[in-house]
Design a protein around this ligand. Sequence first.
Ligand SMILES: Cc1cc2nc3c(=O)[nH]c(=O)nc-3n(C[C@H](O)[C@H](O)[C@H](O)COP(=O)(O)OP(=O)(O)OC[C@H]3O[C@@H](n4cnc5c(N)ncnc54)[C@H](O)[C@@H]3O)c2cc1C
Length: 550
Amino acid sequence: MTAIDTPVLIVGAGPVGLATAYVLGRHGVPSLVCEKFDGVNPHPRAHVLTLRTMEILRDWGLADKVLDEAVGPEWKNVLWRTTFSGEELGRIVLPTESQEHLDFVSPVSTTSCAQDRVQQILLDAVHEQGVAEVRFGTEIIDVDDKGDVVHAQLLKAGNVAESVAARYAVLAHGASGLLRDRLAIDMDGIPEFGRQINVYFHADLTRWTDNDPALLVWLLNTAAPGGMIGMDGKRRWTYNFGYDPDTESVADYTRARCADLIRQAIGDDDVEIDVQSIGTWRLASRIARTYRTGNIFLAGDAAHEFPPTGGLGMNTGIADAHNIAWKLAGTLNGWAPESLLSTYESERKPVAESNAEFSVHNALKMAECGLGPTTEAIASLLESGNAATAAAERARLAEAIPRQRDHFGSVDQEIGHIYGTDCAPIAPIYPHSRGVVGGRPVHRWITRAGRRVSTLDLTISGFTLIAGPDGMAWVGAFEQAATGIPHQVLVMDRDIDTGGEDPFGIAECGAVLIRPDGHIGWRAEARSGTSVVDLAQALDKIFGAHQLIS
Ligand SMILES: Cc1cc2nc3c(=O)[nH]c(=O)nc-3n(C[C@H](O)[C@H](O)[C@H](O)COP(=O)(O)OP(=O)(O)OC[C@H]3O[C@@H](n4cnc5c(N)ncnc54)[C@H](O)[C@@H]3O)c2cc1C
């Protein structure tokens, strides 16, 4: 056997690589994170954190830190304007679903926080844990799965090469990482349907936003169309617009030219613009044919790329990390069989497929409001010298804009993920349901040790069995079935007070098993004469070993 330098090698310190290291750290599993750049990428891209991501961050104890860096709740407007300071063509006010419903379904809210800040919070948390090592300025140039070990070649500053041996590797190297291609893992889907430039700048736009804080402004004019996103509700903004790679290159967009374009997009020649960085990205909708080759796993944008219409890229990646990390930890710590690792792809890939479909649907629908190839045509009609033509286009937009509501918030898409079903991976969230096996439990405020907590707060870095008030038989059975597996047991009315409600759907004598990632792994609604066997089979099924049971 080759000596192992690290149990898990993680390629890339983007949000997904750092989240993977953090969850492994919660399980006490060391990892080595290698990032080719010298630090956290300061160029913000993502900003929307869905309900599920905020629930996960709450579980990790990081949600409050994110909220400290997020825009305030008053930044709730999505606007369509001719220019940033120009005429309003329509608006959608967030959230798009009633606050009452949202408060009922989750203890958290969808939030907008710049990606670089999320990454810094994750990096600080990883450092504070002290379990993972993060090496910046270190590129992984090759990975090779040898069965019981993954060999990787590192290139450090000054072109110094080094080899590392890991038990497992997670490629979280984003959409442009090269290792996935080196492993000959194909991507299925639409490789490209447009290119975008993303300019990160600082500016004081308060004279327009003070009275009308706009998180996102779509700009419909012929000179400088695109979208502007407020990254911190203060001075940090991005301006995003399409370009044609056949006729121009990113290098054509100098800082001075971008500043000029931004002034035109704002509609004010005098506003001071401080361009920080210029990025580019390819609009694609692609999913890796396989999420695993040997002991190497893909996560985040390395595994799936969506158009940003829906804001699901980073969110899906963080949930990938949440899924793969406890499985790697269980396998490495010896309490789960290797078969558990094969459930990563079968659980996460259908979610990526659904999120890709949702994002593409949004992108196509947004075409009627000027996203993509229609921008120029719509802007020209709005600027037409023919007053009737311009007015007709304004009237059409006024009708089309409200139809985009689903794009800006879908509770089902955000928290309705169901693992292990043969049908749709996303289920509708009904306010009064009791959750389904494979999904997350429903949220209810309950009392535990005198404290008000959410049902979602009961998860630990192990399994949680929750038994009904008369379900003690399940408790004894679980202690037997879960020998060697980290776990806790909670009994309703003894350990938690649900106020007479049955949020887990277990009645008086049943029980529910919550996995380390907070998904329901199994449930019984009544007593059973074979409870130890039932629970052993449930664990086998969760561990992907059920096919071994004769
Ligand atoms: C304009 C825009 C807006 C977006 N908005 C949203 C949004 O609102 N919500 C959302 O969820 N998503 C959004 N996204 C998508 C989101 O930015 C990505 O999904 C997210 O960055 C993916 O994270 P990741 O960790 O998988 O990859 P990345 O963030 O790309 O990180 C990968 C890291 O790996 C490093 N790396 C690559 N190769 C190597 C190597 N060989 N060795 C070492 N290091 C390597 C890279 O330097 C990089 O730091 C948006 C994207 C764009 C472009």
